[in-house]
Design a protein around this ligand. Sequence first.
Ligand code: 5GP
Ligand code: MN
Length: 328
Amino acid sequence: MKFLSKNKRIIDSIVSQIACRKRFLITIHIYPDGDAIGSQIALYILLKRMGKEVALINSFPLPARYKFLPNSELIKHNVTIPDSEAAFVLDVGSKGRLGNMRDHINNIKTVINIDHHLGNDRFGIINWVDPHMSSVGEQIFHLYKHMKLEIKKPEAICLYTAIVTDTGSFQYSNASAETHLVVSELLETGIDHTRICNQIYQNIPVSKLKLLQLALETLSFDAKGKIGYMFITSDMYTKACAAEEDSEEIVEYARNVAGVEVGILFKQHSKRNIKISFRSKSKIDVRKIASRFGGGGHHNASACTINGELSSVLKNVVRVTALELESS
Ligand code: 5GP
Ligand code: MN
């Protein structure tokens, strides 16, 4: 594959680190998603196959929808961190996205950063950052191939989950021809992708649907219908008996409306702490908009957090997004 020549040197240096060390930690970002979790487990399987000791510790608990993944029960949070010679940090553009794992990572000398965010600030000692990759899952696939390791069903399930979730089920522009070739090889292992998608997308708890119902009641438009936005207050989470993880994908309903170019979801995490998710149909680069507010992400999907009252944050973000739409 043409991919490998470009990244050969950097993957070689990761392989040498694996060869000369014994105890590893793998961690991922706060509000973990399918790419981060699937990649974490697939890398765990690879390291175990090389005879290593591996701890999987995150700052956030595992969302229920990913508990079907093989070995997911090994992922811990809020536990004592064992001594590690090296840490893999996956799907994280900057240390600010590590939550309470940040201090632990700061104490580990050999930090290997594997990521596909354009704005990655290269915080590791080795930084394999490739924004052309659909997902970290696709990168881990290439690591297996580079190490000439056979891809078996358990890791194929994890890598498929990583890729299908980070490409919006192959809808986003990051789902390249190469991505589809990778997925074809994963399917060749005999995994049941329908079952995987059932687990991820057709297993919705009622609390999540209730939250969606409440959020949809707030759906509004701006910029002549090119911006669709919704909000979720702390009270709405309580009313729906829902958790933060239940808000995943709600923003897509705003983006998917005919005529809308950018969908925005405002989530009140606490009274003055608002998390904002942006999704674009593809014309608008929403990473640029999130960056204005100290966040980041990808062309089609980005996010940021702002401290302030929901109503004023909402007004300001919609205004800035409308200006961005005008100028593009
Ligand atoms: P989501 O809306 O699903 O939380 O995030 C969308 C994308 O934006 C993800 O790819 C994620 O990596 C990125 N992202 C989410 N929150 C933040 C943030 O606070 N800062 C930065 N730089 N990126 C974020
Ligand atoms: Mn990712």
